[in-house]
Design a protein around this ligand. Structure first.
Ligand code: ATP
Ligand code: MG
Length: 474
């Protein structure tokens, strides 16, 4: 079996340390094997490399398969007619078997503001050089070989050992590597959460020393990592690492301020603990996870006399600003802020059906179930059963209303603005809008009023009431 191992591996680690993950070959899908074979038949060295190899060895489905080669982009294009090379970074995108693969020429260290889009690209000559510029040992392995060679692992940094120990360890000197690219610190905490790995102590200590460098990162890059972190089975793993290492204070100072703020919820736990529990209790929906992370962000600022008065409105603004700073999409900013704003609703079983409809109208039919999911998680975060506050009953009542296709907005009224203008001779404008809103509210309360003749009568009535109240002597 020693012959199957890459030369770098035996040099760096000796065959005696071969663990369970040192099987003879990783599971690589047939189309990827085809690409490797085509490159190698064409006289090129070719490897599967990075996160996809890590995931394959862990038995996780890789998000995408990346290849690296000694061939320059022009040569890769010559070997693969169905390919595109439209960036300056050495990556050719190849279509094969209904999927896309990235084949990147070996690179060497260069300065970069973004690993995928380095400031300057320098091609490298060897797989070892290419692996040395990667972030963590488990991401710095390759499988493949030069033409004619039997395919083998190239693992000069002991990635498979660290994979077996479930450890994220920087390649080389961690302070240097974080100094080159501060995003690697965010990647470390995100990968720790999504892989459920620990960060090796030296690497973790270096994050603590270099956390300030994250200030220079673009919002987009932080946002991408934060969203991946939140998609982990237990996001609290990554969030706790962020808080303990000082990254949180740099990236999300308003959340870092939740630490040490007491809450009368679970004994001995602070507001940050409550946030962590809440996030972990959410279903894996991006908008709900973000809302859980941010739902109490307004509390530190609103604390007065042991109460957090109006924290949901303050928090909604802060959540929107935070996400805007990360250049999250406008839709995501609004949806998260909306959930934060409404998260303090108090349902009672004695609500009438009309009250349930008003609630749906206020929150919006598309957001209402996310809001209930957030509230259930907030319950768990507070040490209560998920269903306290009669949430399941409210969910059923909401579904019943939605199933009955009741009127929840102007769009479903039996009259529209044109009808009111034609029948009542009203001009377009604010008054017309207000009239439509009033009618909608009436119909939300009493669905049987949604009839064209009835609504026109109601509108006429309302207009004459208005004239009377404006001009009582006429
Ligand atoms: P994911 O599961 O999210 O795809 P990944 O580790 O594969 O995680 P990618 O962004 O797909 O992340 O990057 C592919 C590989 O490129 C990594 O495994 C790593 O080898 C390398 N890499 C990515 N970003 C960096 C970086 N900032 N610094 C050094 N190497 C990086
Ligand atoms: Mg990847």
């Amino acid at each position: 079996m020693a012959t199957e191992l890459g030369p770098g591996l035996t040099r760096a680690h000796g065959a005696e340390s071969i663990g369970a993950l040192r099987g003879p070959r990783p599971q690589i899908p047939a189309p990827v094997e085809d690409l490797l074979a085509t490159l190698r038949r064409g006289g090129q060295a070719a490897y599967v490399v990075g996160g996809c190899l890590r995931d394959a060895l862990l038995g996780r489905e890789p998000a995408d398969w990346d290849l690296t080669t000694d061939a320059r982009p022009e040569r890769v294009q010559a070997l693969f007619p169905r390919s595109i090379y439209e960036n300056r970074f050495g990556t050719v995108v190849v279509r094969h078997d209904e999927a896309q693969y990235e084949i990147t020429a070996f690179r060497r260290d260069a300065s970069y503001s973004d690993f995928r889009h380095p400031d300057s690209v320098e091609f490298g000559d060897s797989i070892e050089q290419d692996l040395a510029r990667r972030d963590f040992t488990v991401n710095a392995m390759a499988w493949g070989g030069r033409p004619g060679e039997e395919a083998a692992f190239v693992d000069p940094h002991g990635g498979r050992d660290d994979l077996a120990r479930r450890l994220l360890r920087a390649v080389g000197d961690p302070d240097e590597r974080f100094g080159e690219d501060a995003l690697r610190m965010a990647r470390a905490v995100r990968l720790a959460a999504s892989l459920e790995f620990e960060i090796e102590p030296e690497t973790l200590a270096a994050i603590g020393r270099n956390a300030e460098l994250a200030r220079s990162l673009s919002g987009e890059r932080i946002c991408a990592e934060l969203l991946k972190l939140l998609a982990a089975r237990r996001p609290s793993v990554g969030l706790t690492l962020m808080a303990d290492s000082g990254l949180l204070a740099v990236i999300a100072p308003d959340l870092a301020r939740q630490r040490g703020l007491s809450q009368n919820k679970i004994g001995g736990e602070d507001l940050w603990d409550h946030t962590l529990r809440t996030v972990d209790a959410t279903p894996d929906r991006q908008v709900v996870r973000l809302a859980a992370l941010l739902h109490d962000v307004g509390k530190p600022d609103t604390l007065a006399d042991g109460h957090f008065h109006g924290h949901e409105a303050v928090g909604a603004r802060m959540a929107r600003d935070f996400l805007a700073g990360l250049h999250a999409t406008r839709v995501l900013q609004e949806r998260v802020a909306h959930l934060v704003f409404h998260h303090m609703f108090a349902y009672e079983s004695n609500w009438s059906d009309a009250a349930v409809r008003r609630f749906i109208r206020k929150v919006g039919p598309s957001a209402v179930h996310d809001l209930l999911a957030l509230r259930a998680a907030d319950n768990v975060g507070s040490g209560l059963p998920a269903d306290s506050g009669n949430l399941p009953e409210l969910a059923l009542r909401i579904d019943a209303q939605l199933a009955a296709s009741v009127v929840l907005g102007r769009g479903q009224l039996a009259v529209d603005g044109d009808d009111l203008m034609a029948e009542l001779g009203l001009p377009q404008g604010r008054l017309l809008g207000r009239l439509l809103d009033d009618l909608t509210e009436r119909v939300v309360a009493e669905p049987e009023l949604n009839d064209r003749a009835i609504l026109l009568d109601l509108a006429r009535q309302q207009m004459s009431d208005r004239r009377l109240s404006e001009n009582p002597n006429s």
